[in-house]
Design a protein around this ligand. Structure first.
Ligand code: PMT
Length: 397
């Protein structure tokens, strides 16, 4: 079920006695880490209340196509684009007929038309209705024309007393079928922890020592790792770029705070990537008041900051640890020195003397260095390089 973690599931519920089982389905999906949005037809609300599903999903329930308030929140087109997968459970005979006819006469059918997300339905109805020629023709049509998956129905005793096909598949089995839809990606089930951006080392309440890191390289790596199926956390220094989708960002300022945040998250980490430009030194004393310019000269006494990545790599159960080396000369030999000294599995060297790449630029060019080999990746956008780096790391695991 870990494949469901972070997935966006739009659960459609149409009118039928099996609608009460949808509550259990929502619980199973949220329990597996899905973000669930429920869309109900008018009929579904006769069987189960939106409030129940709102409480279980933790999200507002959508039921009206023409509700200005709901449209102002997450409009129906936005909702259609948001979904990774649409599951309609239960799908009544009436809903299936409207779907087969390509109708958009309520929110749920409109979403099914408007979304490019894969769609599955779990039929639930009286056995005679299921076996009826019209329902069977509708099922054939939606399977062939729209390649919609049909999950079920199960056979057995029905609520009306009949015995036969028409029972909705049990919620836990529906959740398992859903999990199977998300094929395993290279980093599925892995957790990646990334440091990004600069640190700020306070001198007094208004001044600090920092550098030009924008966070772009670290954030691009986070996006690429998330897209490769990983659960990703960024420990970020102060940056001006938006957080990547579905990535947890923990904001810090100083190297000391970055270290504490890394240590708090390290336990379940499979891959650690140090893309942050951590200040090597910090002022020995933090002035509590703004320092006045009374003298022509002033000196700030600096002390060494903890080396975050070296501390991570020194753990007995260390994750696969990847550093970055920002160099302006003798790039290969300095980077190799850091690989060895910090006990890293891999280091990525970038030439930060070139303004077109490195600090704060949209592009980079890197050399991936391991103990026994080197591979050069020529200039490309940080996102393209991040994809190549993540794929390189994945091949080593
Ligand atoms: O943020 P951008 O504008 O996109 O720029 C990207 C980048 C140039 C900052 C990035 O690609 C990069 O090179 N990051 C590492 C910068 C750096 O501080 O390199 P370093 O050679 O000083 O450190 C070597 C490694 O040790 C790095 O992984 C660094 O994160 C880590 N380190 C350094 C010092 C310290 N006290 N703790 C650390 O963890």
């Amino acid at each position: 079920m870990h494949r469901l973690r972070n997935k966006r599931i739009l659960l459609g519920i149409s009118g039928g006695i099996a609608a009460y089982k949808s509550a259990e389905l929502v619980r199973a999906l949220t329990g597996a880490g899905c973000d669930v949005r429920v869309v109900m037809t008018q009929g579904a609300k006769e069987f189960i209340t939106p409030l129940t599903l709102q409480a279980l999903s933790g999200n507002p329930v959508h039921h009206s196509l023409l509700d200005p308030e709901a449209e102002a929140g997450m409009g129906h087109i936005e909702l259609a684009k948001w979904a990774d997968f649409i599951l309609v459970a239960p799908a009544s005979a009436n809903f299936i007929a409207r779907l087969a006819a390509g109708m958009g006469d309520d929110l749920l059918t409109t979403l099914c038309l408007a979304s490019i997300a894969p769609l599955a339905i779990a039929p639930a109805m009286n056995q005679a209705m299921w076996l009826d020629a019209s329902t069977q023709a509708n099922i054939k049509k939606i399977q062939s024309v729209k390649s919609i998956q049909i999950w079920g129905p199960d056979q057995g005793q029905q609520a009306c007393g009949d015995v036969g096909p028409g029972r909705m598949i049990e919620p836990i089995n529906l959740a398992q079928l859903l999990a199977q839809q998300f094929e395993s990606k290279a980093l599925s089930g892995k957790t990646v922890l990334i440091t990004a951006g600069p640190t700020r080392e306070a001198i007094d309440p208004v001044r600090y020592i920092s550098n030009h890191s924008s966070g772009k390289m670290g954030y691009a790596l986070a996006t690429a790792a998330q897209e490769a199926g990983a659960q990703v956390v960024i420990i970020s220094g102060p940056v001006q770029i938006p957080p990547p989708d579905r990535v947890q960002v923990i904001s810090v300022e100083s190297a000391q705070q970055m270290l504490e945040a890394v240590e708090a998250k390290l336990a379940d980490t499979d891959i650690f990537i140090g893309a942050a430009a951590v200040a090597d030194y910090r002022p020995a004393n933090l002035a509590t008041q703004k320092i006045k310019k009374n003298n022509d000269e002033m000196a700030i006494h600096l002390v060494k900051n903890p080396d975050i990545i070296a501390l991570v790599a020194a753990k007995s159960d260390k994750p696969f640890t990847v550093g970055f080396a920002a160099e302006t000369q003798d790039i290969l030999s300095y980077a190799r020195g850091k690989l060895e000294k910090k006990n890293l599995d891999m280091i990525i060297a970038n030439d930060v003397s070139n303004k077109e790449i490195g600090f704060n630029s949209d592009d980079n060019a890197v050399i991936v260095i391991e103990k026994d080999q080197e591979k050069e990746y020529p200039q490309a956008s940080k996102y393209q390089l991040a994809q190549q780096i993540i794929s390189h790391i994945t091949n080593k695991l």
